[in-house]
Design a protein around this ligand. Structure first.
Ligand SMILES: NC(=O)c1ccc[n+]([C@@H]2O[C@H](COP(=O)([O-])OP(=O)(O)OC[C@H]3O[C@@H](n4cnc5c(N)ncnc54)[C@H](OP(=O)(O)O)[C@@H]3O)[C@@H](O)[C@H]2O)c1
Length: 283
């Protein structure tokens, strides 16, 4: 399933999920010409695949599922080596039809992980709607078209609504997460319930929050290990037990730098975590 050199996390289904995923939203999000294949995106995904990013993160909302499908086909990598995640939100009122449409675009018979993109699909958020959508997700898993099911952007209360009625628990909650946004109230709580956290926006301390207290620490660690600063952030996230989703071209380099990485959590974790714990930036 995963590239041999990358770590995996165990889902409550028993499946292994590669802890580093290549995302096809944000920078690659298709905003227009929905029916036209974006060859640039296809090439980015193919590069990611060739470097060993066998976990691809998609969503019907990103309009990039066709590009993922073409990239997979052109890469020649066997389906069983890949871990494909996609998400539903546009078709939340007919999740089964939504997944069928996604599978067709992706050119595969099943996804490895199917997520509800957000709980905010009713205004105000409705417990009944969240629970009803989760029942539809359970039916999806039973159909075999998704090997595992989960959620994204769910706060603790939304997860509680689901757990109240679930016969199959969500395996993952994909959230914005970085050293400046450690979500302490939900990550540990989820772990205790067998729900893995996945991170999007893991590079925010570099891409959105500079200057910040981590800047000198990142610089020092990157120099020490001879890798880019972005890679230090990705490595730290994985060491926190959190699956990482990134779209950074810079981070495509991470796999070639992988052998240089410190192998124990006694190195990066204390440096980043203690910097944050000593000030007001941890939230
Ligand atoms: N579930 C959700 O609601 C949700 C929301 C958002 C995203 N996601 C998923 O997570 C994936 C990753 O999200 P993300 O793109 O926010 O994460 P990210 O990996 O933290 O951000 C990467 C973006 O920042 C840019 N970047 C990297 N270093 C930079 C620097 N030094 N200065 C300025 N920009 C820099 C990258 O461009 P370069 O190529 O130049 O590095 C890339 O576009 C998405 O593609 C999507 O699959 C999910």
């Amino acid at each position: 399933m995963a590239s041999k050199s990358l770590p995996t996390a165990k889902l409550s289904t028993g499946a292994e999920i590669p802890m580093l995923a290549y995302g096809t939203g944000t920078a690659l999000f298709k905003m227009s010409n929905y029916d036209q294949l974006d060859r640039t995106t296809v090439e980015y995904i193919k590069t990611a695949l060739s470097l060993g990013y066998y976990h691809l993160d998609g969503a019907e909302l990103y309009n990039t599922e066709p590009e993922i499908g073409v990239a997979i086909k052109e890469s020649g990598i066997p389906r069983e080596k890949l871990f494909i995640t996609t998400k539903v939100i546009n078709n939340i009122s007919n999740i089964s039809a939504g997944l069928d449409a996604s599978l067709k675009k992706l050119g595969v018979s099943h996804v490895d992980l199917y997520l509800i993109h957000s709980p905010f699909f009713t205004d105000p958020v409705s417990k009944e709607a969240i629970q009803s959508a989760w029942k539809d997700m359970e039916a999806i898993q039973k159909s075999g078209k998704a090997k595992a099911i989960g959620v994204s952007n769910h706060l603790r209360q939304h997860l509680e609504y689901i757990l109240e009625i679930a016969t199959i628990k969500p395996v993952i909650n994909q959230l914005e997460y970085s050293p400046y946004l450690q979500r302490e109230g939900i990550v540990e709580w989820s772990k205790e319930r067998g729900i893995v956290t996945a991170a999007y926006g893991p590079l925010s301390p570099i891409t959105k929050a500079r200057p910040g207290p981590l800047d000198p620490v990142l610089e020092k660690l990157a120099k020490k290990y001879g890798v880019c600063q972005e890679a230090i952030l990705l490595r730290w996230t994985m060491q926190m037990g959190v699956v990482v989703v990134t779209t950074s071209g810079i981070c495509l380099l991470m796999l070639s730098q992988w052998p240089k990485y410190p192998r124990t959590s006694s190195t990066i974790n204390p440096s980043l975590s203690s910097t944050l714990k000593s000030d007001a930036y941890s939230c």
